[in-house]
Design a binder for this molecule. Structure first.
Ligand SMILES: Cc1cc2nc3c(=O)[nH]c(=O)nc-3n(C[C@H](O)[C@H](O)[C@H](O)COP(=O)(O)OP(=O)(O)OC[C@H]3O[C@@H](n4cnc5c(N)ncnc54)[C@H](O)[C@@H]3O)c2cc1C
Length: 474
């Protein structure tokens, strides 16, 4: 499907953006706004990538990745997408942690976390101050080799409960584990701690549809439901992309697709130096997710129990436990009707999200898959009943998604929810040193993932692309 101002796809563009995830959308919008001729090609029938939603039974709208992002989204959205989007970003009121070790409510700010660490976990105020100083003074140009495990051992030795409180929400937010670089934790956690956790009023559908309108206003041609098969290179320079066997020329190509698919599938190893390919081969994909979507019958309501509940039944915390197929670690996101104020009598929706390993799900027979999904649904309902007794009778729609669902819709290898581990950032950044005119922006390096990370990365890349385009004017 082609959504565009012009009659038909032109055969030549300044920039072709492959993928309409948040990073690709930000880049396409900025480049279009700046007068570049841009084609955005998205394999799925709608824009958004992992920032997506789906409708069921007419009334239910389920958001996939709208659980929470840092307040930095307001500034970035105002700058790159305009005021209407920025004005719809609102703060979540209450986040709750409930497990056998503690039951805590918080607004997820530095002030409240400091108070809880001192009062509830009995940590010395000086240690809390030093920990936050570390978090806030980290930036990703520092070459820190410290791991999360070492970070927590340094500030809170032997305190599994404190590590759980500080790390668990970030494991959900970007797939971090105890052996990942502490710098990636510090940046993402620090972003949230500045002003709390935010969401988009209007839902993902409103967010993406508003951006789609902006793209069209800014003259971006959008091609939906078509996959870019190849990025064609001549003399170490980007020439065109192939879509259904046809070549569309471009001076520059920005891939918002999975980093490894871009290098190994769309371009091909023969176009890169062997050193670069060696480094690309060492890039680890991040973990994936499973979700259970629960829709309440129209007219049924629940009290305000919080916006997010992080819950588990294990008394010990370890990041690996979050990945087990039968994990007890889950986050419930509650979507009250106020999220979509323009909808009359909108039903309530609840989504349970779990982290997962692709390989645990990839080789199940259809029967095993069905039974694993049923177990996941049952476990989610049993847990939810602790917070909302009788909730089962209020629900009229249930569906489950696995890492295979994510892979199918976004073409992310192994259904990676948060791109690649830290080493992917360097490879993504250096791709344009290997092939002139080829750029990558999308979830990489843990830091550049999530709505805010992907958005900022897409925006940052437009500077490099425009500098490159300027070389054609000489
Ligand atoms: C279950 C889940 C929950 C999440 N929760 C949150 C959250 O609460 N807060 C948060 O900030 N982040 C969350 N995230 C992460 C966040 O959604 C992503 O990091 C972000 O949306 C990724 O954006 P991106 O720019 O990397 O592009 P992606 O979303 O990865 O999109 C890439 C796009 O490229 C397209 N594409 C790929 N290859 C091709 C090709 N060859 N041709 C054409 N198109 C192609 C794909 O179809 C896709 O649409 C969550 C993710 C998941 C899975």
């Amino acid at each position: 499907m082609l959504i565009k101002r012009r009659e038909e796809i032109k055969d030549k563009y300044d920039v072709i953006v492959i993928g309409g995830g948040i990073g690709g959308l930000a880049a396409a919008n900025i480049l279009g706004r700046n007068g570049q001729k841009v084609l955005l090609v998205e394999a799925h029938r709608k824009l958004g990538g992992l920032a997506s939603w789906f409708k069921r039974q007419g009334d239910h709208i389920f958001d996939i990745s709208l659980h929470g992002f840092p307040q930095g989204m307001v500034k970035s959205c105002r700058k790159y997408f305009g005021k209407e989007i920025a004005d719809n970003i609102v703060q979540l009121q209450k986040l709750r942690f409930k497990n056998p070790v503690y039951d805590i409510e918080t607004d997820f700010t530095r002030e409240d976390f400091s108070r809880i660490l001192v009062e509830k976990f009995e940590i010395a105020p000086k240690t809390v101050q030093e920990f936050f100083d570390f978090v806030f003074h980290s930036n990703f140009y520092d070459n820190l080799t410290m791991t999360n495990r070492e970070l927590f051992e340094k500030f809170f030795p032997g305190r599994n409960d404190v590590m759980r409180f500080l790390l668990e929400p970030i494991v959900y937010a970007n797939g971090s584990n105890l052996d990942d670089e502490a710098i990636t934790y510090a940046i993402v956690f620090g972003n949230f701690m500045k002003k709390g956790v935010y969401t988009y009023r209007g839902g993902t559908d409103h967010f993406i549809k508003t951006i789609q309108k902006l793209l069209i206003q800014n003259g971006v041609d959008i091609l939906l439901g078509e996959k870019v098969e190849n990025i064609n290179i001549e003399n170490e320079q980007v020439k065109s992309v192939s879509i259904k066997g046809n070549d569309v020329k471009a001076k520059a190509v920005l891939s918002n697709g999975n980093l490894l698919s871009t290098i190994f599938n769309m371009v091909g190893t023969n176009h890169f130096s062997s050193d670069f390919i060696d480094r690309a081969k060492r890039v680890r994909l991040n973990t994936s997710s499973t979700q259970v979507y629960l829709g309440l019958k129209k007219g049924e309501s629940i009290p305000f129990v919080g916006d997010l509940i992080f819950t588990s039944q294990d008394s010990h915390f370890a990041t690996d436990l979050l990945l087990k197929p039968n994990t007890t670690y889950r986050t419930f996101s509650f979507y009250y009707p106020e999220l979509r104020p323009e909808r009359k009598d909108a039903p309530y929706e609840i989504v349970a999200s779990m982290n997962a390993r692709y390989d645990d799900w990839a080789n199940l027979s259809p029967e095993e898959m069905q039974s694993a999904k049923e177990q996941m649904i049952e476990d989610s309902l049993n847990t939810l009943e602790q917070f909302l007794p009788g909730i089962r009778t209020q629900i009229d729609y249930i569906e489950a998604a696995t890492p295979l669902t994510i892979e199918r819709y976004t073409h992310h290898q192994k259904g990676a929810s948060f791109g690649t581990k830290f080493e992917g950032l360097d490879v993504s950044q250096k791709i344009s040193e290997e092939i002139k005119g080829l750029f990558h922006a999308g979830s990489v390096g843990i830091i550049m993932s999530g709505w805010l990370g992907a958005l900022n990365y897409g925006a940052i890349k437009t500077n490099d692309i425009e500098s490159y385009l300027n070389t054609f004017k000489d």
